[in-house]
Design a protein around this ligand. Structure first.
Ligand SMILES: NC(=O)c1ccc[n+]([C@@H]2O[C@H](COP(=O)([O-])OP(=O)(O)OC[C@H]3O[C@@H](n4cnc5c(N)ncnc54)[C@H](O)[C@@H]3O)[C@@H](O)[C@H]2O)c1
Length: 667
């Protein structure tokens, strides 16, 4: 399913901005509300946001005023307002953003099911209600999905894509691709109260609220301490004043009802809301009034208390994140990505999401702290099973090379680093921030490959990303266009092709461990390896077509060999991404594993392959990939004869008959 026209239902706080986000991606959108004045308000909001964005570009001299005015007209020309469903007959997706009340949602789902074509996806921006329940009001529950933006939708990059019990995988994939089209970061998850980000954030912030009330601490002192502590982008109470106390309280109470007292509800916040003091939206009075605290609490925050507050937040985030993971609601990387894009934990500012942070601090350190906090603060800090298991395995995070993510255990400057673990080579892609395949990466990978081949002891190679959130986002197009001569560029591309070909023809087996997005050149690199082990949150794609170009490192050749002509053509011509389960089904991924198990499983593939007879490995690889069947068979025959008569061939047969392990010589 592809979106050439969208609809937004409900033009309130969220709807007006959502329509703007869609139109800014050049997709026509109709916004419907119940009264013309609400529609007008939504259109005004869209105009205000678009103008704000364009004004910024003008002030940075990236756009002229005339161009900005023209663009404003263009974007606004894509948005139409409506108070009925007349314009819904040809939409491909509806984003529903009506009030958070199930009876209203149910009523509108019946209506949009009637008003829209049968193929259209019906997506809800709900923060908490059941997607399954809404879906069952329609004749297409498989096409109903959660599509949860964060406030303000024009700025916050995250969309949580929530699969209800009946939501099909195709719908989830289409929603993910739509999120990409409108330039949002999608994470996919299951249907639980608070989904991923609100659940983890509330669980953690609740500990700070609890400490404030129990210790009668000053909220101002807390906000200052938290802002200075590198745990979250701003103090929790200032933030709530911005978000609206009623909204935050509603979610907090709902999560408390759903999960119990491990989710704290701030009593002071309840009183402020009852008094109509909602923060910025009610004229400024909320937790603060004229810059001064508006709730009881005078206690200062000394260094020890500051550390405790920060520990409470970090540890509780980790506990809740582990629960989300253990319940199978979401994957390691997507949870972290959600907290980065939805809660502002930006590693570039030294703010790390829960799993990444735990890896950096040391999982043993986190476990020990949690055991202490369980004693002092109660069982809500009980260490999660997955953490205990990892520590027992010696998976201690960055310092041991492996925790929730895996890390290189080698130093060095290159964009690809070689690490040797027994007879397995690991080629670590290390070209932050996105592991773009640059000329330098090709050169460095070539050097690593030469070293692996020359080593003699190394039997297989795993290509692994040293960056937790990306495998490789594709070719570094800029760097290619900047090459000083066309001859140099042509040679580099030839060298790149030879290298990729060799990966698939050598006696050294190659395994790509795809941890995250593998787009364009990244996808092609993975396809050139013998096997692809995909983490559950891996995403594959050949988006070159979106730039008006075509895949340049074998994407038109290797993809059809792996997934078949039609799926390959679809991926190459639409540029749409394929999520890991679908990649597994189509044969693009050979194995699919939980994110945190990727390293172990990729290494086990490498060890298995590395123990096979090298000559036979090489011949099987060389003979398997012939394009024409007759040529391929002829080639296979030749290879078979060669291997059958080799020393290893004889040794293998003899070992089989003798029921013993063979000893390979590579001859
Ligand atoms: N406000 C937030 O911070 C936030 C963040 C994420 C998600 N959400 C979710 O987004 C949804 C909308 O929230 P909001 O804050 O924009 O609410 P809102 O009350 O500001 O806006 C809802 C709009 O829907 C309109 N509406 C009511 N019935 C309708 C109908 N039958 N047809 C068309 N329009 C109708 C209302 O007139 C109103 O303009 C809710 O599900 C909410 O949980 C809100």
């Amino acid at each position: 399913m592809f979106v050439s026209k969208a609809a937004v239902l409900g033009g309130g706080t969220m709807g007006g901005e959502i329509a703007q986000v869609i139109a800014a991606a050049d997709i026509p959108v109709v916004v419907k509300d119940i009264k013309q004045e609400f529609v007008d308000a939504a259109l005004d909001k869209s105009r205000e946001v678009t103008k704000g964005q364009l004004d910024k570009l003008v002030s940075k001299e990236k756009l002229t005023q005339d161009a900005a005015d023209a663009r404003l007209d263009e974007v606004m020309g894509l948005i139409t307002g409506a108070t009925d469903y007349a314009d819904f007959g040809d939409v491909d997706i509806v984003i529903e953003a009506v009030p958070e009340k199930m009876e209203i949602k149910k009523a509108v789902y019946k209506e949009i099911d009637e008003a829209t074509p049968g193929h259209a996806i019906l997506a809800s921006n709900t923060s908490s209600l059941s997607i399954t329940e809404m879906g069952r009001e329609t004749l297409r529950p498989d096409k109903v999905v959660g599509f949860h933006f964060f406030f303000p939708a024009s700025i916050m990059p995250l969309v949580e894509i929530i699969a209800g019990e009946d939501t099909s995988r195709e719908t989830v994939t289409a929603a993910f691709n739509f999120a990409q089209t409108i330039k949002k970061q999608g994470i996919t998850c299951g249907e639980v109260p608070g989904f991923v980000v609100n659940r983890i954030l509330n669980s953690a912030a609740g500990e700070v609220w609890r400490k404030q009330e129990e210790g009668s601490l000053s909220i101002k002192a807390i906000d200052e301490a938290v802002a200075a502590s590198n745990t979250s982008p701003m103090g929790p109470f200032v933030l709530i004043d911005m978000l609206g106390l009623d909204t935050v309280l509603h979610v907090a109470e709902y999560l408390n009802e759903s999960y119990g007292d491990s989710f704290y509800v701030h009593k002071g916040m309840q009183k402020l809301v009852a008094d109509g003091k909602l923060g910025m939206k009610s004229g400024g009075e909320g937790f603060y009034k004229d810059g001064e605290p508006n709730v009881p609490g005078e206690g200062e925050v000394d260094e020890a208390t500051g550390t405790e507050l920060s520990d409470l937040f970090v540890l509780k985030s980790l506990v809740e994140a582990c629960k989300v993971l253990e319940e199978g609601v979401c994957t390691v990387r997507e949870i972290d990505l959600g907290m980065m894009a939805g809660a502002g934990l930006d590693p570039r500012r030294g703010l790390f999401p829960p799993f990444w942070k735990a890896d950096l601090e040391g999982l043993d350190v986190m476990l020990e702290k949690l055991e202490r906090f369980e004693e002092s603060h109660g069982e809500r800090f009980a260490p999660p099973t997955i953490l205990k298991r990892m520590v027992a395995q010696g998976r201690l995070g960055l310092k041991s090379g492996h925790g929730f993510y895996a890390y290189p255990q080698v130093e060095g400057e290159g964009t690809v680093k070689l690490e040797k673990r027994g007879d397995v080579a690991i080629a670590w892609l290390a070209n932050p921030p996105m592991n773009a395949i640059s000329p330098q990466v090709i050169e460095d990978l070539g050097k690593v490959w030469e070293e692996v081949k020359a080593d003699g002891e190394l039997k297989s190679m795993v290509v692994y990303s040293s960056l937790p959130v990306v495998f490789s986002a594709g070719a570094d197009i800029k760097a290619f266009t900047k090459m000083d001569s066309p001859e140099k560029g042509a040679k580099l591309i030839d060298d790149g092709h030879s290298l990729l070909k060799e990966l698939g023809e050598s006696s050294v087996s190659t395994v790509a461990a795809v941890n995250a997005i593998a787009y364009g050149g990244g996808c092609e690199l993975s396809m050139a390896c013998d096997f692809r082990v995909a983490a559950e949150s891996a995403v594959f794609g050949q988006p070159e077509i979106n730039l008006g170009i075509i895949p340049g490192f074998g994407g038109t050749q290797r993809l059809p060999r792996l997934v078949g002509q039609s799926k390959a053509l679809e991926m190459n011509l639409t540029g749409d991404a394929v999520l890991a389960p679908e990649a597994r089904e189509y044969g693009l991924a050979d194995d699919l594993v939980p994110d945190e198990q990727l390293f172990d499983v990729a290494l086990s593939w490498a060890r298995k392959l590395g123990a096979q007879a090298p000559l036979a490995v090489e011949e099987i690889k060389r003979r398997s990939n012939k394009g024409d069947l007759d040529d391929g068979i002829a080639s296979e025959k030749e290879g078979f004869a060669k291997v059958f008569q080799s020393e290893d061939g004889k040794e293998g047969i003899s070992a089989f008959l003798g029921k013993r392990q063979p000893r390979w010589k590579g001859k």
